[in-house]
Design a protein around this ligand. Structure first.
Ligand code: MEV
Length: 307
């Protein structure tokens, strides 16, 4: 049996604007993972068992745009092997449509599991490129940030179509993550922002510029260990995401609860309209924020270190 996995991710700064070639910062989240097992079968078929999606089917019967079937076909073509005689079990603790990279993590974990099974070395860049093909199917115009941070498993400063840059985290900091419990497809929020940008280009270009400039400042602050300034940058980023039209009442409830409980910054994470919010916390505020979020109806709370 071959086994592989891939982590979730959060975008600390710059979602949406990153689709329009502004910089963004993302980090992996190792507390949630997509896991894939490959098991040999004595039949000329490839079975897919995706219990989280409540789906069991064969590759041969999959719909043409099925993301799991697509990454399997792309990976097998890259590895030059036949997709037959296997059961592919996919499990994930990353909430679907939650802004934590569930789709990209499943793709990367599948690509890694096949590479391992057929004893082929697959670089992080290759796993990322395969997953990006599936992201295009899901979202239409993805920036590529999700597949990149998940395949490389390190903090990234990402600018679309530019070489990947990592950066030094001079002083570790703590991020709390809360799930609104509302699954929100990335494709819809990204499509709505595109239509709004087409209708009001100057206004949206200015919002994207302001978000990109926050991501640049945040990188400099993280590299200098100036953690104190990150909270205000997160709040400013959230105000701009609100102006883009991708916040929601559920997100705003968790934003208010975190600020009242003492978080120094809080914003939505990913495409918005639901999904997860992230807050900058410390040893004193992390429990208070987690409690306030649970009281405000958050489905799940994760505490993660960025280092
Ligand atoms: C989704 O995690 C982040 C977005 O910026 C879309 C993308 O970058 O492809 C909303």
């Amino acid at each position: 049996m071959s086994k592989a996995s891939a982590p979730g991710k959060i975008i600390l700064f710059g979602e949406h604007a990153v689709v329009y070639a502004r910089p963004a910062i993302a980090v992996p989240v190792f507390q949630v993972r997509a896991e894939v097992e490959l098991e040999r079968l004595e039949i000329e078929r490839l079975e897919i068992d995706a219990a989280d999606l409540d789906k069991r089917y064969t590759l041969q019967d999959a719909l043409p745009d099925d993301p799991i079937a697509t990454i399997i076909r792309l990976t097998c073509a890259r590895l030059n092997v036949e997709p037959n005689g296997l059961r592919v079990r996919v499990r994930s603790t990353i909430p679907i449509g939650g802004g934590l990279g569930s789709g990209a993590a499943v793709s990367v974990a599948i690509a890694r599991a096949f590479a391992q099974h057929f004893s082929v070395t697959l670089s992080a860049g290759e796993a990322s490129a395969l997953a990006f093909e599936v992201e295009k199917l899901h979202h239409g115009t993805p920036s590529g940030i999700d597949n990149t941070v998940i395949a490389f498993e390190q903090p990234v400063y990402f600018v679309r179509d530019q070489p990947i840059e990592s950066f030094r985290v001079a002083r570790p900091f703590t991020i709390a993550i809360a799930d609104t419990g509302i699954a929100a497809p990335t494709k819809i929020a990204v499509g709505d922002v595109r239509r709004a940008w087409q209708a009001e280009r100057a206004r949206y270009e200015s919002l994207f510029d302001q978000i990109g400039s926050i991501a640049q400042k945040a990188r400099a602050a993280i590299e200098r260990g100036n953690v104190e300034s990150l909270g205000a940058l997160m709040n400013a980023n959230q105000a701009l995401l609100r102006a883009l039209g991708v916040s929601s009442p559920e997100i705003e409830t968790l934003v208010d609860a975190a600020l009242r409980a003492g978080a120094s910054g809080v914003k939505l994470c990913g495409a918005g309209r639901g999904g997860n919010v992230i807050a900058l916390v410390d040893e004193v505020t992390q429990d208070k924020v987690a409690r306030a979020w649970r009281d405000a109806g958050a489905r799940n709370v994760i505490i993660t270190q960025v280092n």
